[in-house]
Design a protein around this ligand. Structure first.
Ligand code: KG4
Ligand code: ZN
Length: 393
């Protein structure tokens, strides 16, 4: 079959990204403009600023991706864009641009679910390395700043079908990293700096226990039988526990000192943060990271056993975390379960994953209508209760 070149466009959160991918298996170009500098001062993404930055960046980012790939609108086969989930205003910038470009160039437009994109980041790189033969069912953990979702994926003739078998009830795991970093004055995004600092602290210093969450509804009358199999997450409690620890241990002045010192530096580097963190702070960071990672790994492996998964995929920004990778690799190996991650570069938001996820849709002729609209709360697949009902029918 001849090669298919898809231009992917991603703007769901705080990265404006464009990439060209060949036949879902080779990254020809991959451009990511990150808005960290804009949101840094606020300790999190400010939606209005994100939309404005996307507007500024979208034209040069797409142009660069095409130039670096040696392609033009005439020589690509389709344009793929993130439809959702994400920030409504941010999504709208990428989507409007992609619709206009597809219309003007007379190319098909493909709508991609951002979460499926994260899953395809893994598949794309594995295919790039060698022919990938996955055993189904695949259990995929998508863990980022906006999501902590478990999907059971099965293979069908026209692509994968997904069943949501667990998710966070409140904050996403990456959000907890970002909020704890904000509280401790470690900048934004929190994940990379916590990842860097944690090995300098004692992960056993503070105990943060997590509960098992089995039912979607506290009222037993509203529970579906399949709910009992769900494995959900919750990360808002640990953020409050860190705050309580900070207050009980009088850490405010050391946080304030760090804030002042960082403000005086033009562009602080990770080693600067080590010198600005006392041992108690480093211990707290290490304990926090270890608690979140243990919870993610143990619940995901419990879900893998519950659903007899044959393969594990871990993707999304938090999949870049070193401890998370180590623990997953070790523990999945012990259970004889192959575990795949994207490279760190493809763990966080990018458009190569969007172009890769669009390839099977291109082959199936699943093109978007001109009325395509952004869906901030777009879901991927069915939940486990509807899957159970389907099987019973
Ligand atoms: O996938 P992503 O770029 O955007 C969303 O779809 O949300 O993920 C960003 C999230 C942020 O919360 C960031 O703190 C987290 O991923 N993150 C990490 C690491 N690198 C990024 N969390 C833990 N350890 C890391 N090394
Ligand atoms: Zn993402």
């Amino acid at each position: 079959m001849c090669d298919i070149y898809i231009l992917g466009i991603e703007s769901s959160c705080d990265e404006t990204a464009a990439a060209v991918v060949r036949s879902g298996e080779e990254i020809v170009s991959n451009v990511v403009y990150s808005q960290f500098a804009t949101h840094q001062a606020y300790g999190g993404v400010v939606p209005e600023l994100a939309s404005r930055e996307h507007l500024r960046a979208i034209v040069p980012v797409v142009r660069t991706a095409l130039v670096e790939a040696g392609k033009s609108y005439e020589t690509i086969d389709a344009i793929a864009v993130t439809q959702g989930p994400g920030l409504a205003g941010a999504l709208l910038v990428g989507l409007s641009f992609a619709k206009a470009a597809a219309f003007a160039a007379g190319k098909p437009l493909i709508a991609v679910n951002h979460l499926e994109g994260h899953i395809h980041a893994v598949l794309l790189e594995q295919r790039q390395k060698a022919g990938l033969e996955l055993e189904f069912p695949v259990l995929a953990l998508v863990v980022s700043g906006g999501h902590t979702h478990l999907y059971l994926a099965e293979s069908r003739a026209n692509g994968w079908v997904y069943h949501n078998v667990g998710q966070t009830r409140d904050d996403a795991a990456g959000e907890a990293f970002d909020k704890v970093a904000k509280l401790l004055e470690l900048g934004y995004p929190g994940g990379p700096i916590i990842d860097f600092l944690a090995p300098h602290g004692n992960a056993k210093a503070v105990n943060f226990p997590f509960a098992q969450i089995k039912h979607r509804d506290r009222n037993p009358e509203n529970r579906h039988e399949a709910d009992a199999r769900r494995i959900d997450f919750s990360y808002s409690g640990i953020k409050t526990a860190v705050l309580r620890y900070v207050e009980l241990h009088d850490m405010r002045s050391s946080i304030e000192h760090r804030r002042e010192a960082l403000r005086a530096m033009a562009s602080p580097k990770p080693p600067d943060y080590i010198t600005l963190c006392d041992q108690q702070t480093l211990d707290l960071i290490a304990s926090f990271q270890s608690a979140v990672v243990n919870d993610l790994v143990s619940k995901t492996l419990a879900a893998a056993r519950e659903y007899n998964a044959s393969t594990l995929l871990v993707s999304g920004g938090v999949a870049a975390n070193s401890l998370l990778r180590d623990h997953f690799e070790q523990q999945a190996r012990q259970e004889g379960l192959p575990a795949y991650f994207p490279s760190r570069q493809l763990s966080t938001d990018n458009a190569a994953m969007i172009a890769a996820a669009a390839y099977p849709l291109y082959l199936a002729g699943e093109f978007a209508e001109a009325e395509l609209s952004a869906e901030a709360a777009l879901r991927l697949g069915k939940d486990d209760a509807s899957r159970k009902q389907e099987l019973e029918r």
